[in-house]
Design a protein around this ligand. Sequence first.
Ligand code: PHE
Length: 342
Amino acid sequence: MRDQISKLIKEIKETAVTGQEELEKYRLRFISRKGVMNTLFEEMKKVPNEKKKEMGQMLNELKQTAQEKFKTLIVSLEVEKKDTGADFMDLTLPPSSSELGSIHPITQTRNRIVSIFEKIGFNVSEGPEIEDDWHNFSALNFPPNHPAREMQDTFFVEKDPDIALRTHTSSVQVRVMENQKPPIRTLSPGRVFRNEAISARSHCIFHQVEGLYVNENVSFADLKQTIYYFVTEMFGKNTEVRFRPSYFPFTEPSAEVDISCFICGGEGCNICKHSGWVEIMGCGMVDPNVLTNCGIDPEKYTGFAFGMGIERITMLKYQISDIRLFTENDIRFLKQFQRLNY
Ligand code: PHE
C-alpha cells in the first residue's frame, strides 16, 4: 500500500493539466470520492492496527498533495481564461447606458409658449379635433360663403350638418367662452388640419397655440403689450416687433405680427426673404359678434385674441428649412433637440 501511495503522489506531481477537460479528469481521479482515494480508504480497513497510524499519515499526505495541486490548477486556469477574455464577465463594470428618447421639438416649443403665458395668468384649455361648423366657423363670424369653409381648406368628415377636422384652435376658445364667465385668460394649444399640399413650407397637419383674453376694458394696448412680452421672452430682448393691419373674420381690428429677423439682424437673408422681418402670428380685438355668439355681452366686455403656428415658431428659432422634418421621425433630426434648454 505504501508503494501504491508513493506512486500516486509521484503521478499527481507529474500530471500536466492545461485545460478544463484535463482538470475534470484530474478531479475525478484524485479528488472525487469515487476515485483512487476511495479504493485506498477501503484498503485502509485491511491494514493491521500497528500500521494504521503510518498509513493514515501517508494517505493524508496524498490527499493534501492532490488537493493543493487542484487548487493551484483552478486559479491558474481561471487567470488564463481572463487573459483570453473567453467566458469572462466583469461584474464590476458599470452597465452600458440605455438610449433615452427626447421630447419632440414641437412639444418643447409648445411647453415653452405655455410657460411664458402662464406667468401672466393664462391657463390651458383643450377641445376636440373633430368639430362642428358652429365652433370652427359660424360662432367665429365666418360669413356663410367665406372661402375658408370650402373644400380646399377644410377636411370635412360629414356634410349637412357639417362636421370637419378643426382648421384652427379658435374653436376651443368658442367652447371656453360659451362655458365660462369673464375674466377669461386662456391658451389653446393643439393639432389642426388644413387641406393643403404638403411642401417644405406647409403641411396639412400642424400645431397652433391660440390665446384669448376677455375682460372689462381690454384694449389694443393690452394686446400689444402682451405680444411684446411674449416676443421678448421667446426671441430675446433686442427683437423688434411690428403690427401690420390684416383681416380675420373673428377679430376687428386685426393685425399680423412681424419680428425683426434674428438671423440676419434685419439686413436681409433667405429666412426673411430679404425683408428683414418675419411673420410670427395673427391677432386682433375679438369681434363683438363673436362675443355675442358665445353669450358674452359686448357692451360690457372686450377681448383680444392671437394665434400662432408652433411649427413656424420652431422653424424660425432653430432655422429648420423643411416642415416635413417634424413628422418624419428621423432620429438624426430629433436627437438634435435632446438638450434644448428653452
Ligand atoms: N385663427 C387664426 C388662424 O388660424 C389665427 C388668429 C387667432 C388670428 C386669433 C387672429 C386672432 O390663422
